[in-house]
Design a protein around this ligand. Structure first.
Ligand SMILES: C[S@@+](CC[C@H](N)C(=O)[O-])C[C@H]1O[C@@H](n2cnc3c(N)ncnc32)[C@H](O)[C@@H]1O
Length: 241
């Protein structure tokens, strides 16, 4: 499966979905492209339903995708539950897939709440761009979430109210996972949260406790497969190896 469209102003062709030089747990370095274009174009809007795009991505990329189906609306509602939409100014979503969580946020967010959505896979990013084209407060970024602090700063956003992650963090190399969680700790405004979805309920509770003082788990039975959400506060620092 390859990326088929290169728009005229694209300086570097977007990486193919199954780029052989990128191992499943080593995201490609999009920094070079980001220097010339802070938001490189994704592919054209892909055809087919969301579940099919996720299934194809899962079959070709395995643990970089980590789930064979998009999150259910129950999962999407659970991860955003408790966000104060009256005060939220900026929210970042990492690893948005086909956008089920983004869609639930869009239903609730005020037009002033900026939602930055970061997705590494060009085809899924193409779906996100197509889906949220008419939603001015959503910006879909084709990029590597391990560098999300830089991606936000390029957009003039030093702080966010919440970080929502669909990334398969447990299967990331420790250094990449540390980078995401350290950046989240620096970036989240006072009172904010880091929220991580999972399709392996509670299995990684101890992992997140190594990084955060407080970790609450919310079970989501109605998801394929059943899963849940970790809501984390109080970063402890990078755990000793
Ligand atoms: C488990 S799926 C979650 C998709 C979506 N949030 C949902 O709930 O259906 C993980 C997503 O993270 C993306 N991803 C993996 N590594 C990434 C990275 N380094 N930067 C940005 N996105 C990444 C994958 O492409 C995939 O879309």
């Amino acid at each position: 499966m390859t990326q088929s469209t290169v728009t005229p102003h694209q300086t570097t062709p977007a990486a193919p979905m199954s780029a052989p030089e990128h191992k499943a747990d080593t995201p490609p370095d999009t920094k070079t492209e980001a220097k010339t274009n802070p938001n490189p174009p994704a592919g054209k809007a892909p055809k087919g339903p969301d579940w099919w795009l996720m299934m194809k991505a899962f079959l070709t990329q395995g643990k970089r995708i980590a789930s064979f189906a998009p999150s259910s609306r129950f999962m999407a509602r659970k991860i955003i539950d408790g966000i104060d939409w009256n005060t939220a100014r900026n929210i970042v979503e990492l690893g948005a897939g086909t956008g089920p969580i983004t869609a639930e946020m869009v239903k609730r967010a005020r037009p002033e709440t900026k939602i930055v959505v970061i997705e590494l896979d060009p085809t899924l990013c193409g779906r996100l761009r197509d889906r949220f084209r008419g939603t001015p407060n959503v910006e879909v970024v084709l990029g590597d979430a391990t560098k999300f602090g830089d991606l936000l700063l390029e957009r003039g956003i030093p702080k966010v109210d919440h970080v929502l992650s669909g990334l398969p963090l447990p299967s990331f190399p420790a250094v990449a996972r540390d980078a995401v969680l350290e950046t989240a700790a620096k970036t989240i405004a006072e009172g904010g949260t880091f929220r991580q979805l999972t399709v392996m309920p509670l299995i990684y509770y101890k992992l997140y406790r190594r990084y955060f003082e407080s970790v609450r788990f919310r079970f989501v039975p109605f998801n394929l497969p059943p899963g849940g959400v970790y809501v984390c506060r109080g970063y402890r620092g990078t755990p000793a190896k």
